[in-house]
Design a binder for this molecule. Sequence first.
Ligand code: ADP
Length: 603
Amino acid sequence: MIRAPYYAIATVCLLFSLLAGWIPIALQMDNNYYDWLMRLNPPPHPARDAVVLAVDDLTLQRHGGSRNLRRTIANALDAMSAAPPKAVVVDLILSDDSSPEDDAALAAAMRKTRTLILASDLVSNAEQWENPLPAFRAAAKAVGHVHVLPDRFDGVARQVPLERLAALDRRWALSLEAFRLATGAEGFIESNRELTIGKTRIPIPGRLDQNMMYIRYRNVAIPSVPMNEILEDHGKAAVLKDKVVFLGVTSQSMARDRLLTPYSFSVPLPGVAIHAHIYETIAQGEFLVPASHSAIALACLILALASATGFTFLAGWQAYVVAVVQIVLAHSLPHTMFSSGVVFPLMAPAASAWMTGLTCAAYLHFVVRRQLARTQQDKARYQQAIHFVSHEMRSPLSAIQGSSEMMGRYNLSEDKRKQMAAMIHSESKRLGKMIQTFLDVERLGEGQMELKREPFLLEDVITVCAGRARPLAEGKHINIYIGDLAAVEISGDRELMEYAVYNLLTNAIKYSPERTQVNIDLRVNGGNARVSVQDQGIGMDEKELKRIGTRFYRTERAEKSGEVGTGIGLSIVSQIVHHHGGKLEVTSAVGKGSCFTINVPAK
Ligand code: ADP
């Protein structure tokens, strides 16, 4: 069995799949699959702490629009201070001066707020922080960054950088700061693989983009309270008691920080809601880590090797089943891993399983099957050949058997005994020759044997063959008439040529009725020697003539004539003639007879 090819195929496919897994289209498909898994496995609980306090269109409309925003927020903070919330995150970059009265009012409201977290943004190509005004900053317990990285291919916000560094100033993500302060944790403890905040540990995979955290978006929206409601009825702020309030703009006209999420399809989610989702991901400990490159490569390797091993050691359908199982496994791998908190790509393992499976199957189908078919053909050919040899051997064998039996059983005259011994001798020699001829023809056909190249007279061949066929002809009262015999020499294998001429003669006798005549002659025509054997036998029609010489083909007419045959003799004759650089020509008419001509170049 050929083993190595499947492993070689698996190796090539593995390399291709690893490369294919990192091309943009594959990464995009991995993203789509991730989004689908995300929607399929939503977090089990709705938001517990986070509430969005939305500056929506109605709030802006009723409270002086964006120009009066600071005053509006100050009023909202005041309204909340009676509740009070566990923490208030203001998702607005309050870096520029507006009216001093408004700023003073906002700063005063901020100071009254128990736990306030403010937002900062990166500006000037991520080299500097855009900070809240000092008065605001002084009132805040922390300032966090608002960056959520949309995917570079499809713009979907799947991950958040836990920290950002600019001008040697490191900022933690806004929601992370909110979580730390809301839980009363001392600070952040960083280690190689995780970030600890109180009792919560956020895994940090050891990769380049290592401080990224997947956002587990909830399938139900984070509860949202329009700011207008609490401004109009301060009592309604009670719903925010002990909550972590994310205050931000959701108004269609003003909120520019809207991003796509795996749930949002074409409608982006306001940044403030995304921060609330990030908060809940941390608070409910729903962390996902990306699979490492080596784990992905190992999975691809196992899938490819399993397929190759299936094709190497299992027969037919079982190998296909193994390949299909690998493909199914490759597709379900991201799903299984997702349930245990690991984000596994789809494309690389799927490409590995599909490529290996399909290529091995194609190889099995086209190469191995073809080899098998050829071997079976060879086997059939040899069986037929053996059948032919044994059939051809029957007549000399029965002559030998009959003569030896008579010699043993009867008291024969010395002359008769000598005659029989001579017959046994010549017939056994013929047998030996026959075996040799057969082997030679087989080897000739396989291209293993060089044809002998010696000059001989065709005339001699004809005389010998006619002499040998005569007893057979006499049995049917057929006369073998030797016509013109040109003295022409050819170069080749005399024994093989004898075999060919003898075969044509015996066919002529076999397929002729009794008391007819078989003519044989030798002429020279245009540098070619032509040996013609003509009979007055059953003949062949046009259709039969076309197929004559095909291995194992016998005409129906010949079958009905009662003559046994194998349909192999003529194919050997034409091979012999072909190897002598000539061709076998046949003309025939049904019921009138046939004429077979060996046409070979004369020397
Ligand atoms: P076999 O004679 O053993 O069947 P051959 O290969 O010698 O095998 O011949 C193939 C077939 O060609 C014969 O079965 C017969 O149908 C046809 N054939 C050969 N020689 C003649 C002939 N002289 N006259 C009519 N049919 C012939």
